[in-house]
Design a protein around this ligand. Structure first.
Ligand code: KMH
Ligand code: ZN
Length: 272
């Protein structure tokens, strides 16, 4: 199989888990930078970044994003993609605060959903406000689609000119409360994407591996990492974020799909 080089994103920590769930979860800026470095060495081009405060709780504090970004960049050339989603319940003003650091990419969630027991709230007004902040920062948006209705919102915004290219789309599948993580639903979302749109899949939990394989065969890109899944296989915690990246790299090679370097990823994403 050929196709364009595969862009691998690694979501190294997220906002939902703690060291109780996985003792190796990176939470301090040093741990995050080390884990990001290992993931980039293994083949990741993008690091999806959440950070934690001194107590390990999710935070959108600009100083912590700054420290983590500096430490990542000291170790590895990669695209650092800031989360503007934060944790469920984080107010919008806090979610956008780190954009003042002008990251290369930032996420834009396209609607509200039940997120497990919580509500991840994204009103249309806040989506558009966050979008403007991302553009104002000169960052490339990664549109996060957690359900089919969010794809329709994206298409409606595009039609109205409220949102314009370039952007990347990440299909987050298997969140409890969002779209399920199976091939039938992946094909549906892929079918709805704008023509020529770059896209990736984040499969949550046990969906991570099958959806990654399916995305690769369909010409999409892949996100892995502890934010989405901590098990390498059933009952076995992954050793590291890099271990997930290494598996994707091995499979991509078997499919004759090149792994995108950081510069190739930059070019591919910015020119869509
Ligand atoms: N933590 C989730 C509630 C993003 O990073 O933009 C939202 C999230 C999305 O992780
Ligand atoms: Zn995230």
């Amino acid at each position: 199989m050929t196709g364009e080089p595969l862009i691998i994103t690694c979501a190294v920590t997220g906002a939902e888990l703690s060291k109780v769930d996985h003792p190796g979860l990176p939470v301090s800026p040093d741990e995050i930078a080390l884990s990001a470095h290992e993931a980039v060495k293994a083949g990741a081009a993008i690091i999806h970044l959440h950070v934690r405060d001194e107590a390990g709780r999710p935070t959108q504090r600009t100083d912590v994003f700054m420290e983590a970004t500096r430490k990542i960049k000291e170790r590895a050339d990669c695209i650092v993609q800031y989360s503007t989603g934060g944790a469920a319940g984080t107010p919008v003003h806090a979610r956008i605060a780190p954009l003042s650091l002008k990251p290369e990419m930032a996420t834009l969630s396209m609607g509200t959903l039940n997120f497990g027991e919580e509500i991840f709230e994204n009103t249309e007004k806040s989506i558009l406000a966050i979008y403007q902040e991302i553009r104002g920062a000169g960052a490339l948006p990664e549109v996060e689609i957690f359900d089919v209705g969010m794809m329709d919102t994206l298409l409606r915004f595009l039609k109205k000119g409220l949102l314009t290219a370039p952007f990347h789309v990440n299909l987050v599948m298997g969140v409890v409360g969002g779209i399920g993580g199976d091939l039938k639903r992946l094909l549906l979302l892929k079918e709805l994407l704008p023509t020529g749109q770059s896209w990736s899949v984040s499969g949550i939990g046990r969906c991570q591996l099958p959806l990654a394989i399916q995305a690769m065969t369909l010409g999409g890109h892949v996100r892995v990492g502890f934010e989405d899944n901590i098990y390498y296989r059933k009952g076995e915690l992954a050793r590291s974020n890099a271990q997930f990246v290494e598996r994707i790299v091995r499979m991509a090679r078997e499919m004759d799909r090149k792994i995108a370097t950081v510069d190739e990823a930059r070019k591919m994403l910015m020119t869509i």
